[in-house]
Write a protein that binds this ligand. Structure first.
Ligand code: FMN
Length: 286
């Protein structure tokens, strides 16, 4: 037995150059595969990790774009607000303020809200994935449920979850966990980012840069509401997303980005005395 083992090991010793070569080859292949995996992960765009898991799957040979491949069409410039479009738009958006006292007595038509959401839907999006859902709530009982969820979580947020510095920074805005505007405002718009979609073949469709795309869309919505003479309040209630998603029966790929209150201000509505940064503080010319 011992002799046989000795003979085997000496044979191995004889062949050590080819063994070493084989080992080096295996290591080199492993290195190349690792590098390829790393470089595909570099394209990850979502901080929630959804895209990373998407790309961990090995690329198949039959990959198809999510959009139909067809010839491009002639670009036709859209309508402009000229003359002085930029100045007129500036005057419009300068008048926007976040309000926290909404009149429960006056209500814009749903058609106006729909037009504003149509405008929001014109936003650019990563690879034209349009990764947004706008849920419009006007039913009093649903608004009441939204308020109950938000006030419950916000009480914990203010008392425990938020850093004392955060609570201190909010003091000038005079906000707290009580949110009457959630039931007073005639409309609540819950803006969800779709973290992924479903392709025609049933596979997961990656929604690149879904948070940035949905935020741009929300910005257009704010401007449209302003153009319609409506006021709004952007809120981002901490820890409320899953409960609000369930309340509205939205699917798990949708994550709440913004809870927007929309309507008209009360006559005695007050806002914090805020100043905007000057142009030379936000513009750098090269
Ligand atoms: C991303 C984001 C999150 C916000 N979250 C809240 C919020 O949770 N509650 C709130 O009362 N206001 C919230 N606001 C409103 C800001 O406090 C408000 O925009 C800011 O004070 C400037 O005031 P203005 O909108 O009147 O210019 C939020 C605004 C943004 C853009």
């Amino acid at each position: 037995m011992a002799v046989e083992a000795f003979l085997n090991s000496s044979k191995l010793l004889q062949h050590w150059p080819s063994c070493l070569l084989g080992l080096l080859l295996v290591l080199a292949i492993k290195y190349v595969l690792n590098q390829r995996k790393k470089s595909s992960k570099n394209y990850s765009t979502d901080r929630d990790g959804d895209i990373e898991t998407e790309f961990e799957e090995e690329a198949r040979g039959d990959l198809q774009p999510a959009l139909e491949e067809k010839p491009h069409v002639q670009f036709v410039p859209g309508q402009t607000l000229n003359p002085n479009g930029a100045r007129r738009f500036l005057e419009l958006v300068r008048g926007r303020r976040s309000i926290r006292s909404f009149s429960p007595l006056t209500k814009p038509s749903l058609g106006v809200i729909e037009d504003c959401i149509r405008a929001a839907g014109t936003a650019p999006s990563g690879a034209h994935t349009e990764p947004w859902t706008f849920c419009v709530v006007e039913e009093a009982s649903v608004k009441q449920s939204v308020r109950a969820i938000v006030e419950h979580e916000e009480q914990i947020n203010y008392n425990k979850r938020m850093h004392p510095q955060w609570v201190t920074d909010l003091r000038p805005l005079q906000t707290n966990h009580v949110k009457p505007y959630l039931t007073d405002a005639p409309y609540l718009i819950l803006i969800f980012k779709q973290t992924y979609g479903t392709a025609k073949d049933g596979r997961r469709k990656t929604h690149y840069y879904n948070e940035i795309s949905t935020s741009i869309s929300a910005g257009i919505l704010l401007c449209s509401l302003q153009a319609a003479g409506l006021s709004s309040l952007v809120t981002t209630p901490l820890n409320c997303g899953p409960a609000l998603r369930e309340l509205l029966g939205r699917p798990v790929n949708e994550k709440l980005l913004i809870l927007l209150a929309v309507g008209y201000p009360t006559d005695d509505c007050k806002v914090p005395d805020l100043k905007r940064k000057r142009l030379d503080e936000i513009l750098v010319k090269y």
